[in-house]
Design a protein around this ligand. Structure first.
Ligand SMILES: [Zn+2]
Length: 139
């Protein structure tokens, strides 16, 4: 699962030691300023042990829904639009606005509610012979 970041519009490359162009840091950020920072993205939609879809479910579904479903599956359905969340106010029901966690390269960026896009085709990472990450500097 490769996302396009909300700020740089670049793919979340899968980290590999030899491909220094993949040595990038990604931050998954929520409206209430939870930040999950991943330094070696594995392509599993997980940032610092927090799964994107599980977080989508946690941020949007009711406690009752969360207790009855696997959060990751529920989040996937919310992302794909195969279930709609409804809010009821004074006898009126409407679709709830989904609050998305966003994927950033710059963790200082303010959260805005933009659904992260999944990349369909990903070009090879750019060459980066001057990488200054911890691993490259040690060698
Ligand atoms: Zn590096």
């Amino acid at each position: 699962m490769i996302f396009i970041t909300n700020d740089t519009q670049k793919p979340t490359y899968i980290w590999s030691k030899l491909e220094t162009g993949t040595h990038r840091i990604y931050h998954m950020k929520t409206e209430d300023n939870q930040v999950y920072t991943e330094t070696r993205y594995k392509g599993d939609a997980t940032f610092n042990n927090k799964n994107f879809y599980a977080l989508v479910a946690e941020l949007n579904a009711t406690k009752a829904m969360l207790s009855k479903n696997d959060p990751q599956e529920l989040g996937q359905k919310i992302y794909n639009g195969t279930i709609k969340l409804i809010s009821r106010k004074g006898g009126e029901s409407k679709y709830k606005e989904i609050k998305w966690p966003i994927i950033l390269e710059d963790d200082e960026r303010k959260w805005t509610n933009v659904k992260p896009v999944i990349a369909t085709t990903v070009l090879p990472p750019p060459l980066n012979n001057d990488c200054e990450c911890d691993i490259c500097i040690e060698e």
